[in-house]
Design a protein around this ligand. Structure first.
Ligand code: AMP
Length: 219
């Protein structure tokens, strides 16, 4: 059983890899972005507020993300391990998560950094579509479809995220550079950090991650 954190710029494939791990190893996939999008879709006043922040490419306030995350971790069956996708994204979240994970006996074993440069990330963003039903993520330019515009797994109509446009992407990438990238040094210092080339194809990335969590890769 492994507990994993994925850190990455937008569109580096953390959601895709998390879903692959979930399928093969029955791990729990906790996507902070999905938890926030669920709140947005509930049309609550909080959801309206979160929607504005996400569309600006900024980080949602810590009070909100902590509450949503703790609620999810408490209700979740994580005996096969979990993948935390999109959290932490800044240093106060790192510290808060350390306290929370110790309290819940769910400490992290691996922090995997999926590296992707801005140019490649922006190209991926423009083609990204996902399934609102099962969470599968595709690129409409590079993936093949049984029926164009529909999910290969569950046949639901694929959708584009509101924040997957070039303006919001630029803000998200800046937020990532100023808030998220600096936390890598912290995890490196703790001996938890593993770097994976996010520009490789998803099968090769997955093989690399499997090697890391089976203890084959050492840094
Ligand atoms: P993602 O689905 O991981 O690309 O996240 C989409 C958006 O949700 C981000 O651009 C942020 O606006 C927000 N978000 C996701 N995770 C966090 C987090 N840990 N802290 C604050 N905001 C977040």
């Amino acid at each position: 059983m492994s507990n994993i954190i994925f850190i990455a710029p937008p569109a580096a494939g953390k959601g895709t890899q998390a879903e692959l791990l979930k399928e093969k190893y029955n791990m729990a996939h906790i996507s902070m972005g999905d938890l926030l999008r669920n709140e947005v879709n509930s049309n609550s006043p909080l959801g309206e507020h979160i929607k504005t922040i996400m569309e600006e490419g900024k980080l949602v306030e810590n009070k909100t993300v902590f509450e949503l995350l703790e609620k999810r971790l408490l209700t979740l069956d994580v005996k096969e391990g979990y993948i935390l996708d999109g959290f932490p994204r800044e240093f106060n979240q790192v510290l808060a998560y350390e306290n929370l994970s110790v309290r819940l006996h769910k400490e992290v074993d691996y922090v995997i950094y999926l590296h992707l440069d801005e140019d490649k990330a922006s190209k991926r963003i423009l083609g990204r579509v996902s399934c609102p039903n099962c969470g599968a993520v595709y690129n409409e330019y590079t993936d093949t479809f049984d029926k164009i515009g529909f999910c290969n797994k569950c046949s639901t109509k694929l959708v584009k995220r509101n924040d997957d446009n070039i303006e919001t992407f630029k803000h998200r990438f800046q937020t990532y550079l100023s808030n998220t990238k600096p936390i890598l040094d912290y995890y490196d210092g703790k001996g938890l950090l593993y770097i994976v080339d996010g520009s490789a194809n998803k099968t090769d990335i997955f093989k690399r991650i499997e090697k890391i969590i089976s203890g084959v890769v050492e840094w």
